[in-house]
Design a protein around this ligand. Sequence first.
Ligand code: ADP
Ligand code: MG
Length: 400
Amino acid sequence: MDYNKKTVTDIDVKGKKVLCRCDFNVPQDKQTGAITDDKRIRAALPTLQYLLSQGAAVIACSHLGKPKGQVKPALTLAPVAERLQQLLGQDVIFASDSVGPDAQAKAAALQPGQVLLLENLRFEPGEEKNDPAFAKALADLAGADGVYVSDAFGTVHRAHASTAGVAAYLPAVSGYLIQKELEIIGGALAAPKRPLVAILGGSKVSSKIGVINNLLEIADTIIIGGGMAYTFSAAQGGKVGDSLLESDWMDYANEMVKKAEEKGVKLLLPVDTMVADAFAPDSNAKVVSAGEIPDGWQGLDIGPKTIELYTEAVANAGTVIWNGPMGVFEFPAFAVGTKAVAEALSKTDAITIVGGGDSAAAVEQLGYADKMTHISTGGGASLEFMEGKALPGVVCLLDR
Ligand code: ADP
Ligand code: MG
């Protein structure tokens, strides 16, 4: 999917009200409600600051958590308004509803240079149902010459009122965050600097079918790691012990190996694996050859020979797309393979792209975040992008 969508700099916003869909779905302390990581709020600042500098009145909106169409006071965006105010260094007006009387009055009175944040969109059942009436009510807040800016990449794979429906009523463009995702991931998929190496891992083959299918069409090399590797190994007659195995997907795994051969795509599978006698951080561990995992043991990471093989495979890449950790990186003893791959990526001249929620978390946790070209801000959205699926929150934006 190659998108060429208008962005904030392609549209005049001076003196206009701009409805800006942000991703303020921040993690909070369960007890106190305090924001434990404000990365997503900080990520929204460039677009918001640009709009303000252009003389727009900004109506920011977002969802938070899963209130499922009901008002859940614990999921109010009020703490986000406060943090946004600190980060922007200017007042942020907060509306106690999203399209109700408070939002309407505050939006109507909003002046250029001011910021209004609406209450959690998912307090309204119309948001996730993409109800046209709710979408229209949101659009109406921006008035007759209003503009819609979409900057919540994490929700572009969902056709909700605030991510897609609203674009039927206002001229719709992307913000900087989405623009960057489209340029970098979209560019790598449509016209990659070659060779394109895709590293696929994570837990299950079944959750990565779409990604494997699509990347088999465009990559030069595909590297398989993580839990899904054992389904490939078992499909080739290997012994996988107690490792994660999806027996229903063994035929599929064999088909993929065959398809890769036919297409001339190099498909690399682990040659050794780090096995454990329990799924636990302090389990006993040893290295065995792939396909020779004894009963009572399970593979939790790739082994040292595989690390060498995979490190070599990425060394001369033009582009690397990585989705899915190489092992159970949450246990330090089994984060070795994931760390080695991250290290290898940090050393290449390749464009390096990390997508997927756990993969992004792994790269951050292991300290390689600033060494990558791009870490996608959307877990599910980046996966669907890599699957080649149309993203409703992007499709709805104006073409250039
Ligand atoms: P992403 O969110 O980046 O798309 P996934 O959700 O597919 O990634 O996979 C991440 C999970 O896969 C991690 O929680 C990790 O512990 C798990 N995982 C990786 N390797 C193994 C393995 N060998 N056995 C079991 N789980 C694994
Ligand atoms: Mg995940």
